[in-house]
Design a protein around this ligand. Sequence first.
Ligand code: NDP
Length: 276
Amino acid sequence: MRQVTLPDGTVLPALGQGTWRMGEDPARRRQEVASLREGIERGLSVLDTAEMYAEGESERVVGEAIAGLRERAFVVSKVLPHNASRRGLPLACEGSLARLGVERLDLYLLHWRGGVPLEETVEALERLVEQGKVARWGVSNLDVADLEELGPALARCATDQVLLNLEHRGAGFDLLPFCRARGLPLIAYSPLGQGGRLLANRRLAALAAGRGLSAAQMALAWVLGQEGVLAIPKAATPAHLRANAAAAAVTLTAEERAALDAIFPPPTRKRPLAMI
Ligand code: NDP
């Protein structure tokens, strides 16, 4: 599987696992946990969650999934912007650690930019690193100008987690080159377009079928083909998980990439970073 390297030298597999909407329905919980556990066993070690997801219940699902597998998992959580203050951040972090049942987060992200000054949030995140509650910190939904605002702290930022899929290619125009030049990997969220319109695209499905793939697998292989990008599709069933894991072994040909560009044209100018 392709890998990405964080600025501190940590090497991660480029395919991880998302967890938004997990923990919302008790009837689905067993499958969600089973899916995540199988993912870890298959080397999809990066598990992405957030205090926001299912009001903390997603973090509990991840906690169940990593039981006995902690050393093989790389746990990412995110703080809500209104909690990302000097006072609020340590409390939010304690809440996430407790729900996950871990002593330290591998990566802690600001979920999106809110009213708290970035400088204050970064200072509070770095205090958590000093205290050993968090191994490293990063951001999410920040565009190039926001990253530039981080100043020297950008060198200590581990990643920016942003919307990047065939339908939403804006980050590829300027943010991705900016991050690549600085050795900062992007985490691509919603790589399958949340299982909606993207996967229903008939031209994508036909192109994928020609290669023996599903639309989801081709969409994921496209994201995974971007250097310096780690993708975190959410699979709530082992069947989806296996399909996604198989896509990590697919390298698209130049002809397939060109055909995808014809269906989903690449951006030709800067637009504000899209977010969900
Ligand atoms: P995804 O693009 O990952 O799509 C998930 C949907 O695709 C689900 O309905 C899932 O179904 C379906 N699916 C998964 N695998 C397959 C497959 N092989 N074939 C067909 N359908 C499939 O959307 P998400 O929004 O969940 O994004 C991924 C993760 O990114 C989130 O879970 C979250 O961790 C993170 N995220 C971060 C954001 C941020 O602001 N930082 C914003 C949005 C997401 P099923 O559930 O039934 O398996």
